[in-house]
Structures are given as C-alpha cells and as structure tokens.
Design a protein around this ligand. Structure first.
Ligand SMILES: [Zn+2]
Length: 375
C-alpha cells in the first residue's frame, strides 16, 4: 500500500533560491519538450514519444549547464508528466469530450518536481531533507512518516514550500471489521451530511464566509489593470485565501471522517458519479467538489481502519418512504423548503434523515449481496 505524507519545508534564503531555480529549469524542460512535440507534428505529422525525448535530454545536458545540474531521473519524471498530459488529451478527444490541449507553463506556473528517493535526494536521520545542489532543508515533521520512502516531491504553493513523501507500507492488507454498527449519510446543503440515526455533520460557517471573501478578492483582481503591480498583489491575495479555505476544509473532512470510521463499521454514501434526481437543481459545483474530497478521504481512512464504505445510486432516496417503501414522497411540495413530510402510511419524516435511512438500506443490501457472491 502506498501512502503520502505532506510536510512544510523551511528553506534558508539561499536554499529557496536554488529550489526556485530548479523549478524554473524543469519548467523549461517541460515547455521545450511540448514545443518539440508541436513542431514535429506540424512539420511531419509525426509524434514524438517519451523515450525519444528522454534520449534527447541525455544528449542536451552535455551542452547545457542548467540541464547538466538537473537530476536525471527527476527530469525524466517531468517528461513523463508531459507525456501523461498528452495521452489524457488524446483520450478526451477520442471520447468526444472537451479536450484542452497541454499548455505551456508560464513563469511561476510550474510548481512541483519529483525525485526518486536516494537519487539526488534523501531523508536524513536528523529529519532534514537533502536535495542535490540545495543542501539539507529543514522539515517540520508534525507527524512521523511510515514505511519506505519511494519518492520525494518538492512543491511550492502560495509562496510556501512543501515536501510530499510517497511511502511504501508493504503488503499490509487491513482486516475488515465485522459489521455491527451501520450508518447511511445524506450529503446535503443545510448540514454537510445527515445520518440515518439522526446525527449530522454541521456545515461550518467559515466556508460560507470564506466563499464570500473569495468573491470579493476576485472582483478586486478583475478591477485592476492586468499585469500591473497592484493586479499581481490582488492575485496573490486570492491564491493565499484559496489556500486557507482548502486547508480549513480538508481539516474539517479529516476530523469528521475520523469520527465516522471509529463509530461505524459500515458507512453508506451516495455515489456522486451518478447524477441524483434529488439535488441536480440546487447543487453547487463548490459543494460537489467538497463532497467528492470528503468521500475520497473517507474511503482511504476507512480502508486503514478496517471499516467498509459502500456507494449507492441516490435516485429516489429522497422520495421513498423509509418505513413503507412507497415513493410518493413529499407530495405537491418540492425543493429545500420541505423539511418534514408525512407519508400516507402515517409516518412523519425528517426529509434528510429519511433519505439517509434509504441510503443505508440500499447499501446494506448491496453489501450483503457482495458478501454472498464472495463467499
Ligand atoms: Zn410510508
């Protein structure tokens, strides 16, 4: 199993200058390789492969001082990155989707490079990270990393530096816990999520405040003259703010996920890839993205903890009565205004708890079916 660990780096001024130069060199490698692909295509309708470009790089670095100072395998990883961007582009073209062609990276727009561990870089026993030409950089190890370090990624975000360690934890197959405690979650707008047992995850106020502030900062960017000093300053403020909201949101997700995987053995959520009838109209892309991230973290943490996550099609989970199964739903009323409704069978439902109960029922039976097939 692979696991990533992210740490903040505190380089000295000199180290930072060297790291920035490294990113800049990699940006050139990326852009030059992209230009070559375009040239060859326009001149000869031919494609250049990753292997061609890797071989070219080997030759070029004999004559170019900057390239000579660049770690070979990290440069290969950058060329691979371009190759992946290319292949993704062609895949989208084939699938008839909107296909953005791989772009040239502008100055300051190339923010990460990856190294193979012990090839131009390594983690020291002192806890510092050693990079060739940079030196031993201070790392804030706020928690220990586990397993064997495979790659080290150097990353710059909103003016700060990070180290991403990708570690191999070996063949640990976590044992699944037997299922005793189950929960269904209806992802919502009023609360972040409502549980089938009546509990909920509150929507934190700072997200809404954060979004409002973000819009304000974005308006400021659009008012200023593009390319000016004041414009650049406004852009930096947007980036910093984005970064802060992202961090707050991620922290919130991790906290909620930790509670869930401790409290429940089976956790059922809606499959966001299936467009639910219930929320097409009101869903905001921002909210959708947050749910997606939440479910990713949930799946990952559940696997580590031995809990089971099941995703189900959310169609009709709002309309169906969790007591009698009829799908009359909240008749004549629709939208978010309806918090409570009474089914003709006589049961009164909280809209979200009822949906969560339906989600749990679907997930429970799906899980049983999977178990029967596996047995
Ligand atoms: Zn009913």
């Amino acid at each position: 199993m692979q696991k990533s660990f992210v740490y903040r780096l505190y380089p000295t001024r000199k180290q930072e200058a060297e790291m920035a130069q490294m990113l800049e060199t990699h940006r050139h490698i990326y852009n030059d390789a992209l230009a070559q692909r375009i040239d060859v295509w326009e001149a000869a309708r031919n494609t250049v492969s990753y292997n061609d470009q890797s071989a070219d790089f080997k030759i070029n670095r004999r004559y170019n001082g900057f390239l000579a100072r660049t770690n070979f395998s990290s440069a290969q990883r950058t060329l691979r990155r371009l190759d992946r961007a290319y292949q993704a582009f062609f895949r989208r073209v084939k699938a008839g989707e909107k296909a953005g062609f791989p772009r040239f990276k502008g100055r300051g727009r190339f923010d990460s490079i990856e190294f193979t561990h012990r090839d131009g870089c390594r983690m020291l026993d002192s806890g510092r990270a050693r990079f060739q030409y940079v030196g031993d950089v201070k790392v804030k190890l706020h928690r220990p990393y586990e397993g064997k370090v495979k790659t080290m990624r150097l990353k710059r975000k909103a003016g700060k530096w990070y180290l991403v360690l990708s570690c191999d934890l070996g063949d640990v197959v976590p044992v699944k816990r037997p299922i005793e405690r189950e929960v269904g979650i209806d992802l919502g707008l009023k609360t972040f999520g409502t549980f089938s047992d009546g509990g909920s995850m509150e929507r934190k106020r700072f997200f809404r405040d954060g979004q409002a502030k973000l819009r304000r900062l974005q308006r400021r960017v659009s008012r200023r003259k593009k390319g000016s000093k004041r414009w650049r300053k406004a852009c930096a403020a947007v980036a910093t703010h984005h970064f802060r909201i992202d961090n707050q949101r991620r922290d919130f997700h991790f906290q909620e996920v930790a509670k869930l995987v401790t409290a429940y053995d089976l956790i059922v959520v809606e499959d966001l890839n299936i467009k639910g009838l219930a929320r097409t109209r009101m869903a905001k892309s921002v909210v959708d993205a947050a749910w997606g991230q939440f479910i990713n973290i949930l799946e990952f943490k559940a696997e580590c903890a031995g809990a089971t996550v099941i995703k189900v099609n959310p169609a009709f989970t709002t309309q169906a009565c969790s007591s009698c199964g009829s799908i009359e739903g909240p008749k004549g009323q629709s939208g978010l205004a309806v918090r409570e409704w009474a089914c003709s069978c006589g049961v009164t439902h909280d809209r979200d708890v009822n949906a969560a109960k339906n989600i749990l029922r679907l997930g429970s039976s799906l899980h049983e079916r999977i178990g029967r097939i596996a047995a």
